[in-house]
Design a protein around this ligand. Structure first.
Ligand SMILES: N[C@@H](CCC(=O)N[C@@H](CS)C(=O)NCC(=O)O)C(=O)O
Length: 214
């Protein structure tokens, strides 16, 4: 049975691929698993039917054969564990790839999300201008460490894995900020991720729904 994921009926990013359904689409494309998408409005996400799937009223969710889960990391891990292509078979390499999944979501993404909060959600607060440099410094600290670890390698741990999928997805949030340009190896890493045919298919699929039509 094809899995069904949920996505915004109309993504606030207008098709830039930053909504987290893109990460799930990318994972499914990497393992060549066809899927269906159920689109939900912001209002519907807070209704009981969706809250039964996602207690926090968000997207994405994932349903398959009567099983329903939420949280992007958990969904990507489930896809990677049930299909070949996103996690190495060797147990040690597999553990390292899963470590990078957690590192992407728990260590690298939080300061990056703070930037969105500082600029967009709290940008009109009187202390916003004072806070912004602190947020940027925390992001730079993480990027510098990640840049050193990646070095000139193609992927974080030898072969492309779900860890890279999530790390590239997280870093893509910085595209507009220009911060990635300060770390050329990270910029090239993100570009390698974006060039993967599976990413292209995922990106185009969400863009077809979310990009404004002229
Ligand atoms: N930790 C969750 C975060 C999910 C999340 O923030 N989803 C956003 C879209 S990318 C959302 O649904 N926002 C609407 C809202 O929170 O009302 C995950 O990784 O899946």
């Amino acid at each position: 049975m094809r899995p069904t994921i949920t996505a915004f009926e109309c993504s606030p990013d207008g098709g830039k691929g930053l909504a987290r359904d893109t990460r799930i689409r990318w994972a499914l494309e990497e393992v060549t698993q066809p899927y269906d998408v159920r689109f939900v409005s912001f209002a519907a996400m807070k209704e009981p039917a969706h809250l039964a799937l996602h207690p926090f009223g968000q997207i994405p969710t994932y349903e398959e054969d009567g099983m329903a889960i939420f949280e992007t990391g958990a969904i990507v891990l489930h896809i990677a564990e049930t299909r070949a292509g996103l996690l190495p078979v060797d147990p040690d390499a597999r553990a390292r790839a899963i470590t990078w999944m957690f590192a992407a979501l728990n260590t690298v993404e939080p300061p990056i999300l703070d930037l969105t909060v500082a600029r967009i959600i709290e940008g009109d607060r009187p202390w916003a201008a004072e806070r912004l440099p602190l947020v940027l410094d925390r992001i730079r600290a993480r990027l510098a460490q990640l840049s050193v670890r990646l070095g000139e390698a193609e992927w974080l741990d030898d072969v492309f894995s779900a860890g890279d999928l999530l790390m590239v997805s997280v870093l893509l949030r910085l595209r507009m900020s220009g911060l990635l340009d300060e770390y050329p190896n990270l910029g090239a890493y993100v570009a390698r991720g974006e060039a993967r045919p599976a990413y292209r298919r995922a990106f185009e699929a969400q863009r077809a729904v979310n990009a404004p039509t002229s």
